[in-house]
Design a protein around this ligand. Sequence first.
Ligand code: URA
Length: 434
Amino acid sequence: MRVVDLIDKKKRGNSLSNEEIDYLLDNYLLGNISDYQMSAYLMAVYFKGMEADELSYFTLKMKDSGDTIAFTEIDRYLVDKHSTGGVGDKVTVILGPLLSALGMATTKLSGKGLGHTGGTIDKFESIKNFKFSNTREELVKIANSTGVGLMGYSDKIVPLDKKLYALRDVTATVDSIPLIASSIMSKKLAIQSDLIILDVKVGDGAFMKTIEDARKLSKTMVGIGNSLGRKTVAILTNMDEPLGTEVGNSNEIIEGIEALKGNWNDDVKEVVYNIAYIALKEKGQVTSFEEAENIIDEVVASGKALETFKNFLKESGADENIVNDYSLLPTPQNTISVYSEKEGYVSKIKAEDIGKSAMVIGAGRATKEDEIDHAVGLTLYKKVGDKISLGEKIAEIHYNDDKNIKSSKDLLLKSYIIENGNIEKKSNVLEIIY
Ligand code: URA
């Protein structure tokens, strides 16, 4: 077999056989195939795509390039909820304890934030002494005792993705639906779960800017998961404004704790309840959203969800008292308010600019090497659909270092699109794809 023939085959829009994919991926991982040939193949995939069977096999091969994790010791329904990345996305912080209180368990890998989007690891690392699981043994132990099993990505899991992603990054082949789908799904398949729920964010602040692209990616990922015997559901959610009111790290943890106490922001509640509903339905516990809503209301109102979160904190080495004393979290030294320079109704809050506004004051990373300031972030006082007067407070910026405060404020003001006339508020759950 010659690599040049495989590139040529893909360039002409033909499918590679399983043996050809084995040859290409095995030898690339071993270093026997050069980056320039692999780049040509990736570009051919970018333009010609992959057939469903070909993509499923490609994804399986990616998954098998490294360690896989099984949880034979855990006797609960295992859910892996994955977000494609958003701004203000604290869903995992809330959903983990909530699913556990509902009798299920979360088993998933979590990531760090990069660019304008945040990461679950960074949010939890706001909490003093909180320790993420690093090994399968730690993950099993914590998932068993708390029902919340979160682990950071390791180089040993799907090493081929790491190598291919780095190449895609410098060859303009990141935004290819089959390559994104196989990259995400290979990492999901490497960790055992009974159900994979993909929260595909759609809008200005998301990877997928349009509902059409989000639908295409979702159908591709659901197809891969289901064809490989793993029940997979995608939920398309709105990212035409950040989720909730807090954007940052420790302030997003506080918003998450408040939700577990029953003090929800509406959009966060809608997304979390719908994901929990999908889990309860696939587990076979409910048949309607209303039924799920009653059960979820009950575990929040009884305090069970909050207790589960406290237990998770304790088992992770942190002080459970933070749920009643937010001063135990990193606290910013300064806050400035930002006032509207227009009047009308908020029609959109460009999540990407909001993410950047938080990033420049230290809440996020511009490069992988940047250090995060967990104390800083934004609080949004106006959301889409809200009426706003000239000079009215839109948001607060919480900061420690005033170096980039002007650019943070400019980005924040630029992100708010204010129009005349009433704005119809969209549902935050756009579609569910089974
Ligand atoms: N996230 C991933 O894990 N991989 C991609 O290719 C894109 C987003």
